[in-house]
Design a protein. Structure first.
Length: 122
C-alpha cells in the first residue's frame, strides 16, 4: 500500500499525472486483496468518482471490474443504495459487451434484483 501511495509522485517529488487516478486504484486493490473491505471501498470509490488524468490508461482495464467490485463491497456493508448504483453503472458499461462477458452482467443484474426492497433485499 505504501508503495502505491508513493506512485502519486514523480522522482522530483511533484504529483504525477498518471498517479492521480492510478494511486487510489492500486491502493484500493491492495486493500481489497488484503481483506480490508472498508479501506478498499474508500479508495476504489475515489478512483471510480474522481476526475483527472490517467483515466484513459486505467479505465479500459479497471473501471468495469472496479464498479462490479464496489457493488459487492457496498452490498456486503449493507449499503443498498450504493450497491445498486455501482452494479447499475457496471451493467450500463457492459450492456453490449462480448458474449463471454455477459455472465458477469447477468450476475450484477441478479444482485440488483436481490437488493430491491420489494424482493426481500437488505
Amino acid at each position: 500500500v505504501e508503495y502505491y501511495r508513493r506512485a502519486d509522485f514523480d522522482a522530483d517529488g511533484l504529483p504525477s499525472n498518471a498517479g492521480t487516478v492510478l494511486s487510489p486504484l492500486l491502493v484500493g486493490l491492495s486493500f481489497d486483496r488484503g481483506g480490508q473491505a472498508d479501506s478498499a471501498r474508500k479508495y476504489l470509490t475515489q478512483y471510480a468518482e474522481m476526475a483527472g488524468t490517467g483515466h484513459f490508461q486505467a479505465d479500459p482495464f479497471y473501471m468495469a471490474p472496479t464498479l462490479f467490485r464496489l457493488g459487492q463491497l457496498y452490498q456486503g456493508a449493507g449499503d443498498r443504495a450504493h450497491a445498486m448504483e455501482y452494479y447499475g453503472r457496471f451493467v450500463e458499461l457492459w450492456k453490449n459487451a462480448d458474449p463471454e462477458l455477459q455472465p458477469k452482467v447477468t450476475e450484477a443484474k441478479k444482485a440488483m434484483a436481490e437488493l430491491m426492497p420489494d424482493k426481500g433485499g437488505q
